[in-house]
Design a protein around this ligand. Structure first.
Ligand code: PGA
Length: 242
């Protein structure tokens, strides 16, 4: 899976241009979904352009609320995402964990909401520089995985995004990524007794120049790309490498 996370970027024009260009440039592979996560205000427009162009792109949301209760100013719930035929949702991104003070309990509710609505979850997790330097990464990630316990997900995708690598230009080395992805897969398989495999994608300063090396590990099942995904040409080239 190759995911474009636009964060708080874009306009109606750039969304339209991106979808049209990427749809023409990528060589779609059945086992490699191409997922576009624009700001939520562009989901409707994106769905329309994807459908009009018979595009192979799947739609993802950057947000979801934990409940469908109507008294939440600014909230976007799972039913609204279903209205746009949103296929995926990012949950637990480090920027949201920090700014919206998300904790394991609130993330568990968001997971429930997505799973109940059959929206595929891309669950993000990753350690800070301090945790890495104190050799506490695996313990920390194990704790971040707790909201997944006893969840009935059909397909599980984790996005390992070390906080120190997001938007900094400092990607983790392929050896480190391979080790952490291997740990996440083994941990989930044992702790959650999963019947199916866990996919783990990597995010954090992925660029055209480093994508091939990152993807060379057997433990890397795809990429979650922020800044470098804004340019349709760069994103399409990265997709075509995968
Ligand atoms: P970046 O962001 O590629 O700009 O580092 C990745 C992300 O936050 O998903």
């Amino acid at each position: 899976m190759i995911v474009s996370n636009w964060k708080m970027n874009g306009s109606k024009l750039s969304v339209e241009k991106w979808i049209k260009e990427v749809s023409k440039s990528i060589l779609p592979k059945e086992n490699v979904p191409c997922v576009f996560c624009p700001p939520v205000c562009y989901l409707d427009l994106s769905r329309k352009i994807i459908d009009e162009n018979s595009s192979p792109i799947s739609l993802g949301s950057q947000i979801i609320e934990s409940s469908t209760q109507t008294a939440l100013t600014g909230g976007i719930n799972s039913q609204m995402l279903q209205d746009y035929s949103t296929d995926y949702v990012l949950i637990g991104h480090s920027e949201q964990r920090e700014h919206y003070k998300e904790d394991n309990a609130s993330l568990r509710l968001k997971l429930n909401s997505a799973i109940d609505s059959q929206i595929s979850v891309i669950f993000c997790l990753g350690e800070s520089e301090e945790i890495k330097n104190n050799n506490k990464t695996k313990e920390f990630l194990a704790d971040q995985l707790e909201p997944l316990l006893e969840q009935d997900f059909g397909l599980l995708t984790l996005a390992y995004e070390p906080v120190w690598a997001i938007g900094t230009g400092l990607n983790a080395t392929s050896k480190y990524i391979d080790e952490i992805h291997g740990f996440l897969k083994d941990y989930c398989q044992t702790r959650f007794a999963l019947k199916q495999n866990v996919s783990v994608v990597y995010g954090g300063s992925v660029k055209l120049e480093n994508c091939e090396e990152i993807l060379s590990s057997n433990n890397v099942d795809g990429l979650l790309i922020g800044g470098a995904s804004l340019d349709p040409e760069t994103f399409s080239k990265i997709y075509n490498f995968s």
